[in-house]
Design a protein. Sequence first.
Length: 148
Amino acid sequence: MSDHDILSDDEREALNAVMLEPDLPPQRVLIVDDDKDARELLSEILGLDGIRCMTAASGKAALELLNSNRSIGLLITDLRMTPCSGLDLIRKVRESERAALPIIIISGGADVRDAIEAMHLHVVDFLLKPIDTSQLLTLVKHELGVGR
């Protein structure tokens, strides 16, 4: 280390190791719900565990974020939204270049038909409100590949 170096040799080596790591998988969660309080609560719950979140108030806003932001690795959506329902949003995602994106549905009121449709759309899980936060965190971490 010369007198003009800011970093020690160990610090420089650690920095180089980080810079040469392969690109990490997308790590943000996009939370979609037309209920502002529900969006913010979910974002806060996940954020407390170090999970970075983005939120959208509608299916249209969610699709715009998915198209413009490659750091989104998981979508969590409410089922009952207007004018674009959660199932409509999932159908549009499955028809897009982001078709393989893992998706979790959260709903306060769902019927068997909704659950069957969700399975056909290959969602990761279908959680009913009130949400078991530990179950949600386990699912999210698994899908993002963190905490292993």
